[in-house]
Design a protein around this ligand. Sequence first.
Ligand SMILES: NC(=O)c1ccc[n+]([C@@H]2O[C@H](COP(=O)([O-])OP(=O)(O)OC[C@H]3O[C@@H](n4cnc5c(N)ncnc54)[C@H](OP(=O)(O)O)[C@@H]3O)[C@@H](O)[C@H]2O)c1
Length: 320
Amino acid sequence: MRYRRLGRTGYEVSEIGFGAWGIGKQMWVGAEDKESLRALHLAVDRGLNFIDTALAYGDGYSEKLVGRFVKERKERIFVATKVPPKNRIWPARGALSEVFPPEYIIQCAETSLRNLGVDAIDLLQLHVWDAGWIKGESWYDALRKLQDERKVSFFGISINDHDPGSALELVQSGKVDSVQVIYNIFDQSPEDQLFPLCQQKDVGVIARVPFDEGGLTGHITPETKFPKKDWRNYYFKGDRKQQVFERVEKLKGLLDGEAGTLPELALKFCLSHPAVSSVIPGMRTAAHVESNVAVSDAPALSKGMIAKLREHRWERNFYS
Ligand SMILES: NC(=O)c1ccc[n+]([C@@H]2O[C@H](COP(=O)([O-])OP(=O)(O)OC[C@H]3O[C@@H](n4cnc5c(N)ncnc54)[C@H](OP(=O)(O)O)[C@@H]3O)[C@@H](O)[C@H]2O)c1
């Protein structure tokens, strides 16, 4: 496993981090705690030291499982979590005072501290961000207070789906230590402006949804059925599975000695950009951990392959 600096936090985080949404069990149907823990243990055995969770994942379930796991290990594991919007609306909607009132941010952080069973949260992220909130200071004061009390070490935001431009002013302001953003073979838009700015301001970048919620693994076909109540029935509704399938079939033509499988190609693409500190695939099984962590040790993609992947950029929003 290779490590990269998470911007000015100075944390040396593993290139492959653990996306812990699925193990929260609520919106993703099918995780089993025993297997989730097996996956986490294997990941750390292989050198992974960065986990991304959120208070909203299973209403604290993911945080509690991660907290339980971290206690069982002696390694230094960096855990990032998130404050959900008070109105529970994703992407961000409403006035800052309604979505992130300062006392609410502090209350959520206290709950996350208890769930994780730690004295300090390594990285606390606001789970949504609206560009218009830049003028407000109350969220920042609340996070600074938590930092002064040593309950939070660093803070950042998780950027709204497919909207990296909404964070530019905030990154420019120097107020955040990290951003989390959708970045994958389809959505390459963070490269346009966000990544260069993060590099300039020394802001850590956490690349999320590297597999486009599964589409880029090549396992989704027009016939794929998700379990009842699994949120991906919505994400891949209508003819979207067919659309994804057609795109992915074209990508398969690129598989060769540089990347033998689509998950490998997808993760290598994310790691090809130097602004990225860690890419966090969602993992619920040891088998997926095994193949994903191995990508960090494999040779990087060539410039030629990256140039070919540019042609597969596909901008659309399946979350809406
Ligand atoms: N707003 C936000 O802040 C936000 C939003 C979304 C995600 N996130 C973070 O980003 C993380 C990653 O995103 P995500 O989990 O939504 O989507 P993702 O990483 O793009 O895709 C997850 C899917 O990929 C599958 N998978 C993983 N490794 C695989 C492999 N080697 N081979 C085949 N399939 C594989 C998983 O399989 P299984 O179904 O078998 O588990 C799951 O279905 C989340 O866990 C969370 O930490 C944050």
